[in-house]
Design a protein around this ligand. Structure first.
Ligand SMILES: [Zn+2]
Length: 416
């Protein structure tokens, strides 16, 4: 079975032009002593919006690896797939993010629920997880509640896992289970029994993406109580460690942080906890690269700056339509968005500084950044006009992408 390394970053980008720049950033980290496995990921939703195919992501990854002479391991992730759309990803992917969020809350059959509860008998009463100071009180009532919420979802994950391995003809791929795109976070004790369900299903999960407390808005910093997040994150790490040993799960099973780019205020906490327990992590950061493309265009000036401004002005007009699919993961204060007329007067520098994620920079505007984040559909509609500009300005854009991933993300996350 393909096994993912200790640290990995979900990269990939909407238009599949930045593979090399992203890989360069990871290779730079490698030179600094931190090996981070690149995972090019793209969801079915993104493919639909930009009219691309899973094989394009595979080509982008293979091409970047070849051109840069990269010798390490890498993966191509079928991001947020389900039984309805996994088919198209089977040949080109070797990492599958099985999304079962839509099945959460559908109660399982009485029989399945009873057999799950029976399988947890050894963990009822006072459940002490090493290094977590307070015990969890587990009884059949709690187990039934957890089963009612998650058992159908994990049973479905089992079906999807088996579908993938049957159609691939092997188990030579990485499996992630994701439940991040839901309203309420899973508690550490819920995570423990979700892992029991995963073990019961025989899914060799290597990464798991729970929903954490606080808001993981797209492209901007974490919003929430950092200390509370750190406590929850640490307990999740300890729960996974104990579950791996108790349920015989994959020994490299680790947390996956979705919408993980730009969450600068929690990176130091994550870093501290990972090094305290010597644990790995997977962080999905693909979205941030699209924003760097727009920054790179703005910096390039001329026609490219005009295109960047046009993306903003069209996004402003179509705000409601663009934001709707991302309602749970963005928070835009409309009053803080500059007018089209105002942006028309902006220089390259002013546009780039408003969009670039440098917290505390006087021009930085998180509202504008989130709006452009959801505006990639507009660039997609521009077709070759947009992708030709990416090609013509590839050097400047590549530098922006690399710098963002290395200086603002990898350095902060791994104390490079
Ligand atoms: Zn996700």
């Amino acid at each position: 079975m393909k096994k993912i390394g200790k640290y990995s970053f979900g990269i990939g980008d909407r238009f599949a032009h930045q593979g090399k720049a992203q890989l360069k950033a990871l290779m730079k980290a490698q030179k600094g002593g931190i090996e981070v496995t690149p995972v090019w990921n793209k969801s079915n939703r993104e493919h639909m919006y930009v009219h691309s195919n899973p094989s394009d992501t595979r080509d982008e990854a293979d091409q970047a690896v070849k051109v840069l002479g990269y010798k390490g391991d890498y993966c191509v992730d079928a991001d947020h797939i389900n039984l309805g759309n996994v088919q198209g990803f089977i040949t080109s992917s070797d990492f599958f993010t099985i999304d079962v969020a839509s099945k959460i809350g559908i109660p399982a059959t009485t029989e399945d629920t009873a057999s799950f509860i029976a399988s947890c008998a050894a963990y009822t009463g006072e459940l002490n997880i090493p290094n977590i100071t307070h015990p969890f009180h587990v009884n059949d009532e709690l187990l039934k509640k957890i089963a009612d919420k998650f058992l159908t979802a994990i049973t479905e994950a089992g079906k999807i896992y088996r579908y993938i391995s049957e159609h691939k003809g092997s188990d030579d791929f990485v499996t992630e289970i994701s439940m991040d795109e839901v309203e309420s976070p899973q508690s550490p004790v819920e995570l423990f029994f979700i892992l029991k369900m995963i073990a019961n299903q025989g899914i060799p999960a290597q990464t798991i993406a729970p929903k954490f407390s606080g808001r993981f808005n797209k492209g901007v910093d974490y919003v929430g109580d950092v200390a509370m997040f750190a406590k929850e994150f640490e307990e999740d790490i300890l729960v996974i460690d104990y579950a791996v040993k108790s349920f015989n799960l994959m020994d490299n099973l680790k947390l996956s942080v979705h919408s993980g780019s730009d969450k600068f205020s929690i990176y130091p906490e994550i870093q501290k906890i990972l090094s305290k327990y010597n644990k790995g992590i997977h962080v999905k950061t693909a979205g941030t690269t699209w924003l760097e493309e727009v920054i790179g265009l703005a910096v390039s000036g001329g026609e490219a700056l005009k295109a960047a401004k046009s993306i903003y002005s069209q996004a402003l007009v179509r705000k409601d339509e663009l934001c709707a699919p991302y309602a749970d993961v963005i928070d835009i204060n409309t009053g803080q968005l500059p007018t089209v007329e105002e942006v028309e007067t902006w220089s390259s520098e002013k546009f780039a500084n408003s969009l670039r994620h440098i917290p505390g920079h006087p021009d930085y505007n998180a509202n504008l950044r989130q709006l452009i984040h959801v505006g990639y559909k507009i660039a997609s509609e521009m077709g070759t006009y947009y992708t030709d500009l990416l090609k013509a300005n590839s050097e400047v854009i590549g530098q922006c992408v690399e710098e963002n991933l290395y200086d603002r993300h990898l350095k902060r996350m791994f104390k490079l």
